[in-house]
Design a protein around this ligand. Sequence first.
Ligand code: BG6
Length: 484
Amino acid sequence: MSDKFSRRQFAGLAGLSALGLSAPAAAAESAPRPDGASFPTGFLWGTATSSYQIEGAVNEDGRGRSIWDTFSHTPGKIEDGSNGDRANDHYHRYKEDVGLIKDLGAKAYRFSIAWPRLFPDGTGAPNPKGLDFYDRLLDELLVNGIEPYATLYHWDLPQALQDRVGGWRSSDTSKAFADYAAYVAARLTDRVKNIFTMNEVGRFLPFGYALGIDAPGLTLPPAEVNQARHHVALAHGLAVQAIRANGRAGTRVGPAENITTCVPAINTPENIRATEVATREFNSGFLGVLLEGKYTDGFLAYAGADAPKFTAEELKIISQPNDFVGLNIYAPQTYIVASDQKPGWKPLPMPGSFPHMSSEWLRIAPEVIYWAPRIAAKIWNIKSIYISENGTSGEDKVQPDGQIYDLDRIMYLRNYLAQLQRATAEGVPVHGYFLWSLMDNFEWIFGYEKRFGLYRVDFETQARVPKLSASFYRDVIARNAIGV
Ligand code: BG6
């Protein structure tokens, strides 16, 4: 940069401050900006949370115990020794939190319903006071012009079902889930028009049933893990049927899945084709069987004697048509190249030096949010996709002036959203985006140590403070465009 230029730039900035404007605020007012790449008209901007991560009030109004209450209270399971007993106290502060969404200008909010609030025992008599909370929340959202997107299962299974039938090890849990879905559909679809069934089977199943990292902390052999995943897929299908039978006409339903993300290592036609085939194989155990009505030959051959047992009737139930597919997209699972060896594609080892955000698992690869929906739409002929989660943790230090300048989160979002815009511009049918997360919350095994929010939460005082990324996201929403 020449001296002359930097002096000119300085003069410009000084001029702005004389007008009482900071440079970023002034820039935000000059829309449309030449570098602004627009999203399609009507693109839905939202934020996301989940019940156990924010609600607290675990013993109030007849809520039953969930497997995450049990797990988080088991010594050694959560890194900072915390639990979700109080979390963000959202159960009592939901009005303030809806105000935070409104301040962003977001038009949609993805939250989850706590199954054990509605059915403390997993099945049987519903708890009316549990439903009352979601009645209040929905009314508050609608009064503020925010469209609710409800998730039925974001991991807080009623402990009673775990104790009685072994949770997802039994298809009794699939049936109980359908009854719960029917009840929600009958009582809430006058206001909730969009329902996600399951959140991230690709995480809670392996982490909870194979690796023992998440609730319920089991380490089952592969055959039982595959069977449990099949029961979750069955639960999804039964719930879709139950929602259609009990909900208002026009209620839309689909999964919210952390698709195993495959990215072509180098963008050639051969590698793209190989990546499509790999994506289908890696996702056969859940998204594939939902969308194709069968497990792929590759999946069944790989599982061998450990393959799930199923009937043709179950496959039909599992593959009920969905109205949309939600994809939670954070990091690339694997980069792929074409290979002349069987099966024609090869996953490459991930270098240890691959850059990541403050969460080690969160590798930075903005192109993943371009490729994953593009490939999913192609291989399964999906007509409507939502990015049901995307976001990042960050250090989020409070500076002496009380502000949080989370430039790393802004960098991440700017680059990911630019790639998402690229997908929509090419006609990939992505219709909305839910940023994870509205506010810092109980991040599962990391407790309160990892912060993903647009708002910082002080878990002592429960004060919510917008980070700089909240201003960034507000600007994106206002312009329906991303400056790169
Ligand atoms: C997703 C989940 O896996 O990513 C969220 O659906 C979760 O519930 C988020 O909070 C961040 O994950 P983690 O493991 O870093 O807490």
